[in-house]
Structures are given as structure tokens and as C-alpha cells.
Ligand binder design. Structure first.
Ligand SMILES: Nc1nc2c(c(=O)[nH]1)N[C@H]1C(S)=C(S)[C@@H](COP(=O)(O)O)O[C@H]1N2
Ligand SMILES: [Mo]
Length: 540
């Protein structure tokens, strides 16, 4: 490289701005390096994700409202971005500190690395060793970049080979008395070139790291391609079990369109060849199943509608699909449930927990399952591969443990599951709900016949009736698809002669026991959202 002649270049006094930029760029280099390590090294946690997950896990009780939406894919992205922004602000502060004392800047970076390490190491799926390695990589990369940039900015002596200036105290390059006599190594051009070079490098490393992380580790865990034939399978759906209307939400949601809710920023990649499911607690015979042993149990299929308690009225956090799995009751019988074991706790490899009454699971009217398949394919990773619980009639947060690792029999009093401890109801029966899918809110329609359609569910009491009313008029009974079972949703439809003007359409469902959906608006905290879904349309 051609030596830079500081006198020919615009030599300048080191500026506050440059130290701030140096800090932020150094922070970006550290974050990007750690993301790259997380992408390349199997098992190394992403520190960004670790800090985000830590925030989700440590939220104050009752705050799921805020975090419920955080579970949506976009909000998870937002949380990741927020973590990066905060980290860059801290790094900027380190840059500013570095003007007076590189030692203090180092300590701030090291403290931040320590926080990221603790956040990562506290999560059950992360290896503390790899978390430590990654935090050290991030800290060292940031410090090296900061040391070089602060020198380029004129705050420190130029970096000599093999020395990144760790622990050095105070600016070692006193500013000369006269601005006409700059130190030879101070150069605005060199600072700009190097800072932008580092930034581009950080973007490249970060992008590559993220890509590798989201595609799973290169040494990727194989997901089994098919399931054994179930001992009992369902027959194809009858024609009456679906309504035909253009664009109507299908009775069975395809796997890639099924809603996803969990506390994970990156879903656990479980290796089914080493995975085990344990049945523990108040049982006569604790059991352990490998994936092969679980698949060797008599498998059965059933359609069950799963819903999220944090779904708002009219929202999409609900889905119906064909699950394949083992009978939970059979596994419990094999284990021998002790009397007094009133709660079944489902634990996930990631530490997430659910809890539901043993009596609910053992009720002869329902067949809860240890599910291994969705729409006749192995569970997708996002939906709990290799196994999860599906308990008809209960919200997911009390029942549907994904990446299941343990079923523990205990008492209701002895344990509060993940969301219950955060202020959500201990019992989570799915409320009777109905939703208008068409027309959409604020739609413009032509006068004449309009088909209104949507879904209604009340697992596992069944849907008895769906009614629609226009502009507070009389409730009109809608046409229903024939319910597959009491545990599934139904489609409904009503033909309406739309007249010019603005109209409000409302829907309500009655469950199989004759109880009408709650009209009062409320929730979703603590037990689910109530109130009727409604849309406004203008007709011309
Ligand atoms: N391990 C684990 N399982 C979990 C959760 C979670 O955060 N972690 N969320 C639960 C919640 S709140 C719901 S609504 C369902 C959603 O299942 P799905 O993502 O397959 O739709 O999973 C449940 N199982
Ligand atoms: Mo949920």
C-alpha cells in the first residue's frame, strides 16, 4: 500500500464525530463477526437472538399482550433490529469513551460481551462454551476495529503489528500545539476509507451469517422425510365438509400457511436420532421413548383446530389441520398415572412449558395426542419437530408443547406453566369464536347479491349455529359446512342482497352446548379475546 502523506491529505484534528463513528462501526464489526460464527459453527448461538430471547423470557408478568404480537414473524424481526440498534448505541458510547481512554472503551465492550454471553448461556438450548467463544469473538473483533479506527481518527498511535491496544489507557498521541503541524498518521481520508471498508465487511459478514443461521447450520439436522402408515387413518373429507365460495379459507390449512406462535427467535433444530421423550413425575413407571419407539406406537389421525389465546377477535392465530400421532392416553396408561396427579406438564427442549388438567386429557370424549405429523408429513421444524402435544379444546399455551421433551405428571398446585406464571389463565379452554373473512373490512362492493363467509370454532364443544346481522338488524342463520368433528372449525356463508350505502356486518357463533359467544369486548389477556367480529363495507 502506498504510504499516505498526511500533509498532502487533509490532516485534521480528531473529531468527536469520528470517534462516535469509529465506535458504531466497531460495534457493527463485532455483531457481524458473531453472527457469522453462529452461522458457521453448529451449536454456536446468535448473540443478537440470545439477547432478544432473554428479553422475551424476562418480560414482566402480564406483558404477553406486548409480546404476543412479538411472536409474529415481523415483530421478531423488529426485536432483532432493536437489539442491534441498542448494541450499536452502546458501541458508539465506547467510541466516545475511547477518545480519552481506550481502556474504558475496552471495558465497555467487554461488559456488553459479558451481557450477551450471560443471555445466551442462560437459555437451555445453548452451549455455554460456544456462547462464551462467540462473545469473545464479538468483543475481540469490536476492540480490534475500534483500536484501528481510533488510530486512524488521530486519537491513538497507529496500530503496530500484533498489537490491538487492549487495556491501553488515555490518548497516547498528544495533539500538537499548532494545527499546522499534524501528526503524520492523521488522515481524514484514511479514516473514511477504513471505516467504510469495515462497514462493508460487517454488512457482508452479517448478511452471510444471517443467511446461514436461517437456513439452519450447514451440518443441518436431517428431518425425517416420511411417517409410518398410521394404524388408524381418516377417510378423505366429504364434499359437504367444505363450502365452495371463491377465496373462502380452506377447512384444512396447508402446513406452510399454518400460524406459528412460540417464544423462539430461531426455532430449535432437534436431532430426532438422539432426541428422547421422557414420561416422569407421579407415575408408576417412568418411561423414555426414542423417535423410532414413538413412531412404532399405534399412530392415529384426527383433525383438530388449534388456536392461540392471544388471537384478537377476527385474527388469524387459529388453524385446522390433520394431525398424526400416538394416543397420549395409551402412553399415560403404560406409565401408570398415580392418583392425585392432577396436572400434566409438557416440557420442551427449549424450556417452554404447558400444563393442563389430567382429567381433561383422560376424558373419554377426547383423544389427546403426541403428534408427529401434520397433513401426513412429519411436523415441520416450526411446528415442533419431532413431536408435540395436541389436546383438543385447549389453547396452545396450556397444551400444545412443540419440540416436546418431557411429559411430567404432577399436581395443579405444584407448578404454573410458562404463560400462567406471566399472568395468563391457568385453565385455557378455547372460547367460542367466529370470524368474517369476506368481504374484508372497508371493502367497496357493488349492490346486489354478496356472499359473506368466514369461520367459526368452539373446540371441542362443536359449533351449533352461526348467525350474521347487518346494521344491527335481525340475526340471520348462516349456512355451515358439515363439521368434521366437535374439535374442528366450520366454514359459514350467508348470501346478502347488498343495497347502496355503508353497512356493518357482524357475526356470532353458538357452541354445541347452546352457549352463545360472549358479546362483550375483552381480552385477550388473561383467557382469550371476546366480542363479535365485525366489518364495515360501502356499497354503490
Ligand atoms: N416449545 C414451545 N411450544 C409451544 C409454544 C412455545 O412458545 N414454545 N407456544 C405455544 C402456543 S402459545 C401456541 S398458540 C401453539 C402454536 O402452535 P403452532 O406454532 O404450531 O401454530 O404452540 C404452543 N407450543
Ligand atoms: Mo398461543
Amino acid at each position: 500500500m502506498k504510504p499516505i502523506d498526511a500533509r498532502a491529505d487533509t490532516a485534521q484534528e480528531p473529531t468527536v464525530l469520528r470517534s462516535a463513528v469509529a465506535g458504531a462501526v466497531a460495534g457493527a464489526v463485532g455483531i457481524a463477526a458473531s453472527e457469522l460464527v453462529a452461522g458457521i459453527v453448529p451449536g454456536a448461538p446468535s448473540l443478537v437472538v440470545a439477547v432478544g430471547s432473554f428479553i422475551i423470557a424476562k418480560q414482566p408478568p402480564g406483558a404477553k399482550d406486548l409480546v404476543a404480537s412479538t411472536f409474529g414473524t415481523n415483530d421478531k424481526l423488529a426485536l432483532n433490529i432493536a437489539v442491534v440498534v441498542v448494541a450499536l448505541l452502546v458501541a458508539t458510547a465506547a467510541g466516545l469513551l475511547g477518545r480519552r481512554s481506550f481502556g474504558n472503551a475496552s471495558r465497555l465492550f467487554a461488559a456488553f460481551g459479558l451481557v450477551a454471553f450471560v443471555a445466551a448461556a442462560l437459555q437451555p438450548l445453548n452451549s455455554p462454551v460456544l456462547a462464551a467463544v462467540n462473545a469473545v469473538v464479538a468483543t475481540a473483533a469490536s476492540l480490534a476495529a475500534l483500536r484501528i479506527l481510533l488510530a486512524d481518527a488521530g486519537f491513538l498511535e497507529p496500530v503496530r503489528l500484533g498489537w490491538i491496544g487492549l487495556g491501553e489507557d488515555g490518548p497516547v498521541a498528544p495533539w500538537p500545539e499548532t494545527p499546522t503541524d499534524p501528526l503524520p498518521y492523521q488522515s481524514r481520508r484514511r479514516f473514511l476509507i477504513r471505516a467504510s471498508g469495515f462497514l462493508v465487511g460487517a454488512l457482508a459478514m452479517g448478511t452471510l451469517g444471517r443467511l446461514l443461521i436461517s437456513r439452519g447450520h450447514p451440518s443441518g439436522i436431517p428431518v425425517s422425510a416420511s411417517l409410518p402408515a398410521p394404524a388408524a387413518s381418516v377417510s378423505p373429507l366429504a364434499a359437504e365438509e367444505s363450502l365452495t365460495a371463491p377465496g373462502i379459507t380452506p377447512i384444512v390449512i396447508p402446513n406452510d400457511r399454518f400460524y406459528q406462535i412460540d417464544t423462539e427467535l430461531l426455532v430449535p433444530q432437534v436431532d430426532a436420532s438422539t432426541w428422547q421423550l421422557r414420561v416422569t413425575g407421579m407415575v408408576d413407571h417412568p418411561l423414555t421413548f426414542t423417535y423410532a419407539e414413538l413412531l412404532a406406537l399405534p399412530l392415529f389421525e384426527q383433525y383438530v383446530t388449534l388456536a392461540c389465546v392471544s388471537n384478537t377477535v377476527g385474527g388469524g392465530l387459529v388453524g385446522n389441520t390433520l394431525w398424526t400421532g400416538a394416543h397420549l392416553k395409551q402412553v399415560l396408561a403404560q406409565a401408570g398415572v398415580k392418583s392425585g396427579a392432577t396436572q400434566i406438564v409438557g416440557r420442551s427442549v427449549d424450556g417452554f412449558t404447558v400444563g393442563f388438567p389430567t382429567a381433561w386429557a383422560l376424558d373419554p370424549a377426547r383423544d389427546p395426542m403426541i403428534a408427529v405429523g401434520m397433513n401426513r408429513l412429519p411436523l415441520p421444524t416450526e411446528h415442533g419437530y419431532p413431536a408435540r402435544l395436541i389436546v383438543p379444546g385447549l389453547y396452545g399455551y396450556v397444551s400444545a408443547t412443540k419440540w416436546l421433551s418431557e411429559i411430567e405428571l404432577t399436581t395443579r398446585e405444584a407448578f404454573d406453566a410458562y404463560w400462567v406464571a406471566l399472568g395468563w389463565a391457568k385453565d385455557g379452554p378455547i372460547l367460542t369464536e367466529s370470524r368474517i373473512d369476506h368481504p374484508s373490512n372497508s371493502a367497496h362492493l357493488a349492490a346486489g347479491p354478496v356472499d359473506i363467509d368466514g369461520l367459526a370454532w368452539a373446540p371441542d364443544r362443536g359449533v351449533g349455529k352461526v348467525e350474521v346481522r347487518i346494521d344491527n338488524g335481525p340475526w340471520q342463520t348462516a349456512l355451515l359446512s358439515r363439521a368434521i368433528s366437535k374439535a374442528t372449525w366450520v366454514q359459514w356463508m350467508l348470501r346478502w342482497e347488498a343495497t347502496p350505502g355503508t353497512h356493518t356486518i357482524e357475526v356470532r357463533a353458538t357452541d354445541g352446548t347452546g352457549n352463545v359467544q360472549t358479546a362483550t369486548r375483552g381480552g385477550p389477556l388473561p383467557a382469550g379475546a371476546t366480542g363479535y367480529d365485525q366489518v364495515s363495507v360501502s356499497v354503490t
